[in-house]
Design a protein around this ligand. Structure first.
Ligand code: MTE
Ligand code: CO
Length: 431
């Protein structure tokens, strides 16, 4: 049985105990009506009655039903997605972070993009070891348990695959920010500073490189200069507060802040110290950049300053004229994002966006263009990031002048979203 309350907008069950709740709801409905002329009105919000839906009338799920929580079923479309034609096999594959559905700068663990050269290895931590050998005074072998007893640090860093945007060099190809920019994630890593482990092993004076090797079937390996190894690298055991996910290298991965994702070796099993680069497959035949003169750039480790608007975007059309949220992400592997500008006219005029803190080095930075109202006209949306080295994110034509069109890796060009009169958004290339 239900009856109308004295405020005729609201239905309440016949239950004395709910009187206070119905009073609160009446107050809420009133404030919606007041706000309807201002910002709420611009967004389409209207003063209206508030129902008492089924979930307000019955008890909810009990605490034992979901010992490990999941997003709402209404968010079940927010998942990593792959592009079928991108890689030859499923084991050597990429999926993409659903950037369009996220806000803030942290990527939830379950939707961090994955890149594997031989599938995600299911490693038993009790049988996994990390070896440090080569030009050291004391070769060492750590169990995961040993690593968990050493001093730790916790730091936020973005990881971007050097191939992020690689399909977009010549033309705008993939119609969605998940695919054009989704090979990036940003996580708080907790682990042992690599410097500490190397000091424990005692690096010989002539050693100036390390080689890091994964325990997956790909045995993926890369060379890293000693200066970087002793700077800010972390042998990570945790991500966003919990132990690493299998896909992200459980139980041990290397964090190489600001450097291309390929160097962040997962399922880390060996660090060899030496006096030269190893010339591994991933730094000779792959992860090099073919330049216009036919030569290939090598060892291009740092991820250049970059940004993208994540709302609106092809997955997030504009729902209507008036108030709308314009937001995106910016990052730089060389330091800290200092400024992001937004253009509505394909880069002729720029407005300064607000950086939403914390703004940290080598970390994703969220930006908003406050007070933006869409008037229903066609717009060519762009964002342009700057970092504390003074570097300004280039337009694609500028990048191509230097790099040509044969590159795959290190595309940090400005992205253009074409907003149609319908509010739909498309990935386009200007110029
Ligand atoms: N480490 C191992 N052992 N095997 C791999 O295939 N892929 C690399 C790197 N580390 C890879 C690896 C590449 S190319 C990238 S971009 C990052 O891991 C991806 O990290 P993610 O899967 O956490 O996104
Ligand atoms: Co990669």
């Amino acid at each position: 049985m239900r009856k109308k309350s004295s405020n005729s907008d609201i239905n309440v069950p016949e239950n004395e105990g709910l009187d206070r709740r119905s009073f609160l709801r009446a107050g809420l409905a009133g404030s919606t009506a007041l706000a309807a002329g201002g910002l709420a009105g611009a967004s389409g919000a209207k003063a209206a009655g508030l129902d008492i839906p089924i979930w307000s009338q019955q008890l909810g799920i009990d605490v034992d039903a979901l010992p490990y929580g999941k997003p709402s079923v209404y968010e079940s479309g927010v998942v990593r997605r792959s592009v079928d034609w991108l890689t030859a096999t499923r084991e050597s594959s990429i999926n993409f972070t659903p950037l369009y559905a996220l806000d803030g700068f942290v990527t939830p663990n379950g939707i961090c993009f994955e890149r594997h050269h031989g599938g995600a290895a299911e490693v038993d931590p009790a049988q996994h070891h990390l070896m440090i050998n080569g030009m050291v005074d004391r070769p060492l072998l750590f169990s995961v348990e040993d690593l968990l007893r050493l001093p730790r640090v916790s730091r936020f860093f973005f990881l971007e695959c050097a191939a992020n945007g690689g399909m977009e060099w010549r033309n705008a190809q993939l119609n969605g920010v998940q695919y054009t920019h989704g090979m990036v994630h940003c996580v708080q890593y907790t682990g042992v500073p690599l410097k500490l482990l190397l000091e424990e092993a005692g690096v010989k004076p002539k050693a100036d490189w390390i080689m890091v090797e994964g325990g997956d079937s790909a045995g993926m390996n890369r060379s890293i200069p000693m200066a970087k190894a002793l700077d800010d690298c972390i042998v990570a055991l945790f991500m966003n507060g919990e132990r690493l996910r299998v896909e992200q290298g459980y139980p041990v991965r290397l964090v190489v802040p600001g450097f291309e994702g390929n160097m962040w070796v997962k399922w880390l099993r060996r660090i060899e110290v030496g006096d030269g680069a190893w010339q591994a497959r991933e730094e000779t035949s792959k992860y090099t950049d073919l330049m216009p003169d036919g030569r290939a750039r090598r060892f291009t480790w740092e991820m250049d300053c970059k940004s993208v608007i994540t709302n609106p975007c092809p997955e997030n059309p504009i729902p209507g004229k008036g108030a709308n949220v314009l937001t995106g992400l910016a990052w730089s592997g060389r330091g800290t994002v200092t400024r992001v500008d937004v253009s509505m006219d394909g880069g002729r005029n720029w407005l300064e966006a607000r950086l939403e803190g914390p703004v940290m080095p080598k970390c994703l930075t969220r930006f908003y263009l406050d007070g933006w109202e869409w008037d229903g006209s066609e717009v060519y949306l762009q964002s342009r990031a700057m970092d504390d080295t003074g570097y300004v994110q280039p337009q694609m034509v500028e990048l191509q002048k230097v790099r040509g069109v044969n590159s795959i890796y290190h595309n940090n060009a400005i992205q253009t979203w074409h907003v149609l009169k319908s509010g739909e958004v498309e990935n386009v290339r200007l110029g």
